[in-house]
Design a protein around this ligand. Structure first.
Ligand SMILES: [Zn+2]
Length: 152
């Protein structure tokens, strides 16, 4: 079954290793599907280069867009630098709205999870080819959810 986030594999581990010092320390430091790996890596590369003090407290897909939080005390001291950092991050968040979470194509569109029996928190950004993957995931999860009460 497809998992909610892709948190293993060589690509994932390489990104985490390269940026370990600016990522959350608990659990899986990056919670996105594999289609967003290049997006997240590009954001980390640019922040590492332009704002080396910054430490992230959250990098996570949620509701179809990339959610990014920065540790307050690690933000640039100069307000102009801080604004530049916010603009950099916002640029990648905006890209996430059209980048397929599964395959990384730039033809992603917002997919309403309620059409598949999910809550809006499961909304995703997917391209046309990857929407069926989402439907399979939703059906598989619903089936296992429905089975539990009957087995109990
Ligand atoms: Zn796709």
């Amino acid at each position: 079954m497809k998992m909610l986030f892709d948190t293993r594999g060589q690509r994932y581990e390489a990104i985490v290793r390269k940026h370990a010092r600016r990522l959350p320390v608990d659990g899986h430091p990056i919670l996105v599907r594999q289609g967003w790996y290049p997006l997240v890596e590009a954001m980390l590369d640019q922040v590492a280069r332009d704002h080396p003090t910054v430490v992230f407290s959250r990098i996570q897909a949620g509701g179809g867009w990339l959610r990014v939080d920065v540790e307050n005390q690690s933000r640039p001291f100069d307000p102009r630098d801080d604004l530049r950092l916010s603009n950099v991050i916002q640029g990648f968040v905006t890209q996430s709205l059209s980048t397929c979470e599964d395959c990384g194509s730039h033809h992603g569109r917002h997919v309403d999870a309620t059409a598949y029996g999910y809550e809006t928190g499961m909304n995703r950004t997917l391209c046309e080819e990857c929407v069926p993957v989402f439907a399979d995931l939703a059906i598989a999860t619903l089936a296992s959810k429905n089975k539990e009460p009957r087995d109990a």
